[in-house]
Write a new protein. Structure first.
Length: 207
């Protein structure tokens, strides 16, 4: 069932803004999942992004060569000069790095003034390390996000899923789309869509 969820709208609006207003994009970890040859996963629901690549210098950065990234690099020590990058995307990466504070400082350092960053971090989510690729260290509250990105001039935070849909998502029932849709409806009906007990947060930043 296709639902017009607020976090899906936020994602599409902000990713479209990045790809239409900036000339280059670094995708740390390849979290957009839009290039089969440069990723360990591919998400066909994001194929709407692909046409933008004709007009933007899009590069994937990863710490290992296994999935053929454009750039080999460590988020703790980004291989870019100060104030050199138009935009950075960092989706579902910070939970897997040893020092997310340092990682956010590096993103800030390398972005140009006025540069854009899109982040996604989990809060209530299951353990999802991948042997030989990355471990799973952290979960983030809204308070933690605000601390991590306090240097940026503008911050927009969008929660992903309400309390009940989050509970369904991390349970065995989460494999069924209609159950998640039920959770979404109940969250709206009961006001749980305003809860701090969420799956995670999407964040749009301007340096």
């Amino acid at each position: 069932m296709k639902l017009n969820r607020p976090w899906d709208i936020f994602f599409k609006e902000k990713i479209t803004k990045i790809f239409t207003e900036k000339k280059s994009v670094i995708d740390i970890g390849g979290g957009l999942r839009i290039m089969k040859e440069k990723n360990n996963r591919y998400d066909r629901t994001r194929e709407w992004i692909v046409p933008y690549l004709e007009h933007v210098d899009y590069k994937v950065m990863d710490p290992v060569p296994d999935y053929h990234p454009d750039i080999l690099g460590d988020i703790h020590h980004l291989p870019f000069p100060d104030c050199s990058q138009d935009a950075i995307v960092c989706i579902a990466v910070l939970e897997h790095v040893e020092n997310p504070i340092k990682a956010c400082q590096e993103i800030y350092r390398t972005l140009k003034p006025g540069g854009y960053c899109f982040l996604y971090v989990p809060f209530l989510f299951y353990y999802h390390a991948e042997r030989g690729y990355y471990k799973d260290y952290w979960r983030f509250t809204k308070d933690a996000i605000e601390m991590l990105v306090h240097d940026f001039s503008s911050t927009e935070i969008q929660s992903v899923r309400g309390a009940l849909e989050t509970w369904f998502k991390i349970s065995p029932l989460g494999r069924f789309a209609f159950i998640n849709a039920l959770g979404f409806g109940l969250d709206r009906l009961l006001g749980k869509d305003k809860s701090n007990q969420v799956s995670g947060y999407s964040v749009f930043l301007v340096k």
